[in-house]
Design a protein around this ligand. Structure first.
Ligand SMILES: [Zn+2]
Length: 289
């Protein structure tokens, strides 16, 4: 079955027209000139942040274009391909796609169609400009605008990972690929900003209930069917890159002008430590293989 967006109001399929999407009930959603559609009711969800702003999206673009995250982008793409061998045109969803780097690579490498949602309009607009072949919507991962069982792969990279929603839209036998920070991720940046930098707990060992990043850990099996560690050291040759890396992290909000200056001057070598976990969906749940 080919994926397609469904109406966030009545759940009927949305029919694509040149300038809008329309459901049978008559709800209309404008298609932006870049090609994406905004399906977020009221433009913003109560109690949740509106997502990454323009500056954060630009910072991430800078970091990705410099190739700093290429190993994890490739690891996600290779995993998507391995998990869809034998499927002619796998449907790949990115929950929290940002500016589209992971999704574009994964759908290209797996030879599939790429579908992405993010609550940040700035991020989706940037993704749509750069990746015309992706199907993109401003929407929440907590209310994915899709019918059940459509996707062969659902990705969540440093993004919300609502278990029930991701499992709902996965086809039987489909795979969820979830990337979380490992214990040493960006340790040198943290050390320059926090007096007592707390390590990220290893997300595959134990989820830390005090960590706000883990507020949607519930439901995921404690043991994924596969875990891959992606670790390497970034050599950050210039201050602009060091600041861009800082700006794309949550540490940015805690950083004073003095912290930023310290990062610009001293964050020359920074550790990347990520955990890529794969869960296989069967009968409406994600189990170990
Ligand atoms: Zn509708």
């Amino acid at each position: 079955m080919n994926p397609g967006f469904r109406c966030p109001n009545c759940r009927e399929p949305l029919i694509e027209h040149p300038s809008e999407y329309v459901c049978d009930t008559g709800h209309h959603f404008d298609r932006a000139k870049e090609g994406y559609v905004n399906l977020l009711p009221g433009g913003r969800l109560k109690g949740r942040p509106a997502g990454d702003d323009d500056a954060m999206v630009r910072a991430r673009r800078t970091v990705f274009d410099a190739g700093l995250y290429r190993p994890i982008i490739d690891a996600v793409a290779d995993t998507a391909r391995e998990r869809t061998v034998g499927t002619p045109t796998p449907a790949i969803l990115d929950c929290g796609c940002g500016e589209g780097a992971y999704l574009a690579r994964a759908s290209a490498v797996a030879g599939g169609s790429g579908w992405g949602v993010d609550i940040s309009k700035a991020a989706v607009r940037t993704a749509a400009r750069r990746h015309r072949d992706l199907h993109l919507a401003v929407a929440s991962s907590y209310a994915l605008p899709f019918d059940d069982g459509l996707f062969d792969v659902a990705i969540s990279v440093f993004s919300p990972r609502p278990y029930a929603e991701m499992v709902r839209v996965l086809a039987d036998g489909g795979s969820a690929i979830v990337v979380r920070p490992g214990p040493d991720h960006l340790a040198e940046l943290k050390a320059l900003i926090y007096a007592d930098p707390r390590q990220h707990r290893d997300p595959q060992v134990a989820d830390d209930p005090d960590d706000a990043d883990n507020d949607d850990a519930e439901g995921w099996p404690s043991k994924p069917s596969a875990v891959r560690v992606v670790g390497y050291t970034l050599d950050l040759g210039d201050a602009a890159l060091r600041l861009a890396l800082l700006e794309m992290t949550p540490f940015w909000w805690s950083a004073t002008a003095a912290h930023r200056a310290a990062v610009a001057e001293r964050a020359r070598s920074v550790t990347v430590d990520m955990r890529l976990a794969v869960f296989r969906s069967s009968d409406g749940s994600a189990d170990d293989l």
